[in-house]
Design a protein around this ligand. Structure first.
Ligand code: NAD
Ligand code: 2YH
Length: 263
């Protein structure tokens, strides 16, 4: 399990604002507008409590602050509890929280205490980054999408692409995982040696913990890359050479998706 670091979050506020601007340009929906569209939900003045959790590797500098920035940036009401863990949970409830956000090393969840809905970051992150590719206007005619990384974020992305009637080509460094996904879903193995497989793609989704997973061969001029993977899977050199447009941000996009999943 890859853990976020304070360095990953250093530029998070600018990245969220910049990605929201790009998503609006690509889809005609602001990020919160797109979440509203895909979940068919909306905020109703919920009070959102963010509880720092010390379990495992402990508190990550800027993690809670980045969540609070996301909440406030999209016009919602939130606070970070003064206490951590169970005492923080008690404090959140006593202060009238409607929704709890909290993460340990294994799971980052949103739980709506009023309606009982619960959301997991990996599922909601895969979903929103996939939906961004599906809603990108200039890329709507081409239904082929390459998914790199078939883990806990990549798999819900595959499910989202299938729901959105895309032709899904999958790749993972773990060939057993590729075989599992190909046998469980109507998707194709990405195989550049097979004449029926597209060699390059306008739409690429990446969710791995590795750099340089997106190689030159799979790129077209102006491909759109939607990637929650940390670190970034494509080099700055390739981004420039192919005029790649890239949606990539370490925490806020997935967090907003989780909140709309529980409204
Ligand atoms: P995971 O471990 O469940 O899955 C990662 C998958 O990538 C695995 O199947 C692995 O075999 C594959 N992989 C590893 N190296 C590869 C390579 N070189 N080429 C192709 N496939 C490769 O991890 P996850 O929970 O799905 O998370 C994936 C990434 O997304 C991590 O970097 C995580 O930190 C990040 N993440 C980001 C956000 C966000 O908001 N930006 C949210 C959640 C997770
Ligand atoms: O970053 C993580 C894990 N990768 C789980 C999220 C799944 N994508 N957890 C964050 C831990 C936060 C810490 N406990 C805190 O500051 O509260």
């Amino acid at each position: 399990m890859a853990l976020l670091t304070p360095e990953d979050l250093a530029n998070m506020t600018n990245a969220l604002v910049e990605n929201d601007r790009l998503i609006t340009e690509l889809t005609d929906y602001s990020l919160d507008g797109l979440c509203r569209e895909i979940y068919d939900t909306a905020p109703h003045n919920e009070k959102i409590a963010i509880i720092p959790i010390t379990a495992g590797n402990g508190i990550i500098g800027s993690f809670s602050e980045s969540l609070l920035f996301t909440v406030k940036h999209f016009g919602m009401d939130g606070f970070i509890t003064e206490n951590t863990d169970v005492a923080g949970y008690y404090e959140a409830v006593m202060k009238g929280a409607d929704i709890i956000l909290m993460a340990d090393d294994l799971a980052y969840i949103a739980h709506n205490l009023k309606n009982g809905k619960i959301a997991h970051n990996q599922i909601c992150t895969g979903r929103i980054y996939a939906e961004i590719l599906c809603h990108a206007k200039d890329y709507a005619d081409d239904k082929d999408v390459l998914v790199i990384g078939l883990g806990k974020v990549g798999t819900p992305a595959v499910e989202t692409f299938l729901k959105e009637k895309q032709n899904v080509y999958v790749f993972d460094v773990d060939s057993k995982r590729v075989d599992e996904v190909v046998s469980n879903y109507p998707v194709f193995k990405y195989d550049p040696n097979d004449s029926k497989t597209p060699k390059s793609f306008f739409k690429i989704f990446e969710a791995t913990p590795c750099a340089d997973t997106i190689c030159e061969d799979v790129l077209k001029q102006n491909s759109l890359v939607s990637t929650p993977g940390i670190p970034c899977g494509i080099s700055g050199e390739l981004i420039e050479k192919y005029g790649i447009r890239i949606v990539l941000e370490p925490l806020g996009i997935g967090t907003l998706s989780m909140l709309y999943a529980v409204f």
